[in-house]
Design a protein around this ligand. Structure first.
Ligand SMILES: Cc1ncc(C[n+]2csc(CCOP(=O)(O)OP(=O)(O)O)c2C)c(N)n1
Length: 551
């Protein structure tokens, strides 16, 4: 047995189903070993796409997604996807090839120091020095990638090591689940006392609340005791937005209605909150909020985030313990302070309904999408103005019902992400929503999707512009530069891949074609030409609202 065979056997032992990647000369042995295994290698059209697929696989399934590249340019192309998994806390194992050991000490063709290049975006990165250690290295890569907080690990395999004999008695190590430690009892006591004393506690549910599958405990806690809850962009769906306690999402760069709840709250309880996603000064500008921090890891040291108590450990366990204590105390909170805020947020979303003669808008189209999509469906957002609207205006009814990259906040993730999402659960409605900018960054993966036979709908909001950048420039400089784009005919472009393409022109067509595309679950692209006027109108509307409050 060769080392590459052994490495693949170790991947099989980890339960890996797919490896996303690109071939190269130096990973040839690994590719042949994969071809003879239970694992399906998915050839992608760009290593970035492969890394995003592994990233979204990890985020949705909880098990590490695996991507593979060759040395040099293949590895440099992986970086954006790996960086996304790193900052979004998604478990990913990256495998890269390398030149033979005899040429690593001098300048050589396509040779880049990949291990060191990946260091800032990985939890662990190492090259296989000798065949004996392959089982330990693979087990370690998977264990560390998955351990809280999850992230990226990397194994480099030189082409000559890959082809070596793996030696006898070298068998995969068996994975075993590792449970997170329960939080300290004194910390739970302190948190309980603070929550008991509060009259208007508010939970901010973040990325960790989704990862830990803590949403069941969170929903019970907030429903039983009537605690108002907002989610970050990545925490969307931690509790269903149908619950009266949900005030939907927080995280817009400027002051949205939901911030009123943060201002009125007398205690903020963060659950699995990642600072990389949303800086605390946005919701705690004067640093005066009283904070309880519940997370797998202690809080970052941060001027605007100084919790009075940190409940560190298993999030579900912490929420369950707090629920029990509050039940014993029969503590319930009034809803009247936050019910009007929820009503305002929902009323605002409904107000974006499109009229028959109006230009299409992103929030208007999102309202139709929400109607035609199942409660159980998945909307993956790319990065741009549409992400702000999705976060703010797309109610989500289950954990991972909306997937947003908000740590790295990268463009180009949604389409490859949808390929992985459709593989994770082939029975789910999957929709990838993008701007015209983000779509053309990774649209080549439509061919991967078509070849694999996976199904999803790619919704392209076309404003012929890097819209979010214009929006921000107009806010700061009252004009925009360097953002205008020309585009191909997206419908014809989709059809050139052998995929159904739509471009609705009227409101009736928009409704019919969105319903048709999403509900048929056929792989398709729907281009929606949108007016961006709503962006500046939102800024003006919110500014007026806050002025009205202070005057
Ligand atoms: C890979 C990457 N490059 C650049 C940016 C900066 N950026 C953020 S949003 C944006 C514009 C997105 O435009 P588009 O995809 O058309 O979406 P829209 O804003 O129009 O909805 C840019 C350039 C980024 N986040 N990621």
């Amino acid at each position: 047995m060769k080392v590459s065979d052994l490495l693949v056997k170790c991947l099989e032992a980890e339960g890996v189903k797919y490896v996303f990647g690109l071939p190269g000369e130096e990973n040839e042995d690994l590719l042949f070993s994969l071809a003879d295994s239970q694992i399906q290698f998915v050839p992608c059209r760009h290593e970035q796409g492969a890394a995003f697929m592994a990233d979204v696989w990890g985020r949705l399934s909880g098990a590490p997604g695996v991507c593979l590249s060759t040395l040099g340019p293949g590895a440099t192309n992986l970086i954006t996807g790996l960086a996304d998994a790193h900052l979004d806390k998604s478990p990913v194992v990256a495998l890269t090839a390398q030149g033979g050991l005899e040429r690593l000490q001098h300048e050589s063709h396509q040779l880049i120091d990949i291990v060191n290049m990946f260091r800032p975006i990985t939890k662990w990165t190492a090259a296989v020095p000798t065949p004996e250690v392959v089982p330990e290295m693979v087990r370690k890569a998977f264990k560390l990638a998955q351990a809280e907080k999850p992230g990226v690990t990397h194994i480099e395999l030189s082409e000559d090591v890959a082809a070596e004999d793996a030696r006898v008695n070298n068998v995969p190590l068996r994975p075993h689940p590792v449970r997170e430690p329960a939080p300290d009892r004194k910390a739970v006591d302190q948190a309980f006392s603070l929550i008991m004393e509060a009259e208007r506690p508010l939970i901010i549910a973040g990325n960790g609340a989704i990862r830990d599958r803590a949403s069941r405990y969170l929903a019970r806690l907030v429903q039983t005791h009537g605690i108002a809850t907002v989610s970050t962009f990545m925490g969307k769906g931690a509790i269903s937005d149908r619950l009266d306690q949900s005030l939907l999402a927080i995280g817009l760069g400027f002051k949205d209605y939901v911030l009123e709840a943060v201002e009125q709250a007398d205690l903020i309880v963060t659950v699995g909150y990642d600072i990389a996603e949303y800086p605390p000064q946005k919701w705690n500008p004067n640093g005066r909020a009283r904070i309880v921090h519940i997370d797998f890891a202690p809080a970052e040291v941060y001027m605007h985030y100084q919790p009075e108590v940190e409940v560190v450990g298993d999030i579900s366990g912490a929420l369950h313990a707090l629920d029990q204590r509050l039940m014993e105390a029969d503590r319930r909170y009034q809803r009247d302070w936050y019910a009007p805020i929820r009503a305002r947020i929902l009323g605002d979303i409904a107000g974006y309904e499109l009229g028959p003669d109006e230009a299409f808008t992103i929030p208007g189209a999102l309202n139709i999408m929400r109607e035609v999509m199942d409660d159980d469906s998945l909307l993956l957002s790319d990065t741009g103005s549409h992400k702000m609207w999705i976060a703010r205006n797309f109610p989500t009814y289950r954990p991972n019902g909306t997937v947003i990259s908000n740590g790295l906040a990268t463009m180009g993730i949604a389409l490859p992400g949808a390929v992985a999402a459709a593989l994770v659960d082939p029975n789910r409605q999957v929709v990838a929503a993008m701007g015209d900018g983000g779509f053309l960054m990774n649209s080549q993966e439509l061919e991967t999707a078509k070849r694999l036979g996976v199904n999803f709908t790619a919704v392209v909001f076309n404003d012929f512009d890097y819209g979010l950048i214009s929006w921000k420039q107009e806010m700061s400089k009252h004009r925009s530069v360097a953002t205008r784009l020309g585009n191909p005919d997206f419908k014809a472009y989709a059809e050139s891949f052998g995929i159904k393409g739509y471009r609705p022109e009227t409101l009736d067509e928009l409704r019919e074609q969105l319903a048709q595309a999403i509900q048929s679950r056929e792989l398709s692209v729907i281009e929606i030409r949108v007016s961006a006027q709503v962006n500046n109108e939102l800024v003006d509307k919110l500014a007026k609202y806050w002025e009205g409050k202070t005057s």
